[in-house]
Design a protein around this ligand. Structure first.
Ligand SMILES: Nc1nc2c(ncn2[C@@H]2O[C@H](COP(=O)(O)OP(=O)(O)O)[C@@H](O)[C@H]2O)c(=O)[nH]1
Ligand SMILES: [Mg+2]
Length: 212
């Protein structure tokens, strides 16, 4: 059933192959983790309705992309239709962390002039013994790249899974309320629902606050 929504955000999940992108999305939308599950090749797509504040429904269009080079060209159109990105690395594989900078730059170059807001995820935080990246390094990188936040996540142990999607969604929504997210008719990344367009409560509220 198609639930009425107030906002629609495109969210893309990126990062090197095997960092756990498909597992994270599957855990979030289906609630399960299966170590023997095969990752989909190419693109997987899920819809999730998130309830915010009273009466705000944000419809998330979630794109899972395979990290392999040969799928890059497909990924690009999904980047273009997204406003948010969960950029993931594996805390037990240093090289996936070292690649975050270039993923970030590549995405920004590609989506220009549209914005993209990032959440950095240090994944597989359950692997305490094999850890190669410290939490403080993840935090510092997210800060350096001006991302919304850094979270350490374990899909396996269900730690910070829903928090990841909520943190990114709420971050973007709050920026929208501050007027920092452009809405463009020809851009699918961030869409305001018809009811809100007619009667924008956010603008009215802030105008009222200013005069008080
Ligand atoms: N230890 C651990 N392994 C995980 C976790 N999430 C996924 N994996 C494993 O990491 C491998 C790659 O996961 P997958 O979701 O296919 O990665 P993708 O290529 O980025 O989509 C699989 O063997 C998963 O079972 C996690 O939170 N902890
Ligand atoms: Mg995958």
């Amino acid at each position: 059933m198609d639930v009425p929504w107030n906002f629609r955000f495109g969210i893309v999940i990126l990062g090197d192959s095997a960092v756990g992108k498909s597992s994270l999305l599957h855990r979030f939308t289906e609630g399960t983790f299966d170590e023997s599950r095969q990752s989909p090749l190419g693109i997987d797509f899920k819809v999730y309705n998130m309830n915010f504040d009273p009466n705000v429904v944000i419809k998330l269009l979630l794109w899972d992309t395979a990290g392999q080079e040969r799928f890059r060209s497909i990924c690009k159109s999904y980047m273009r239709n997204s406003v948010g990105c969960i950029l993931m690395f594996d805390v037990s594989q240093r090289q996936t962390f070292d690649r975050v900078d270039s993923w970030h730059q590549e995405v920004l170059d590609y989506v220009k002039p549209n914005p993209m807001f990032f959440l950095l995820v240090g994944h597989k935080s359950d692997l305490a013994v094999g850890r190669q990246v410290r939490k403080s390094e993840g935090e510092a990188l997210a800060k350096k790249l001006n991302m919304l936040a850094y979270l350490e996540v374990s899909t396996k142990e269900n730690i910070n899974v829903s928090e990841s999607f909520e943190t990114l969604t709420r971050g973007i929504y709050n920026l929208y309320k501050k007027g920092k997210v452009p809405t463009r008719d020809n851009w699918q990344g961030f869409t305001v629902g018809a009811a809100i367009k007619k009667d924008p409560p956010v603008t009215k509220k802030s105008a009222c606050c200013n005069c008080g």
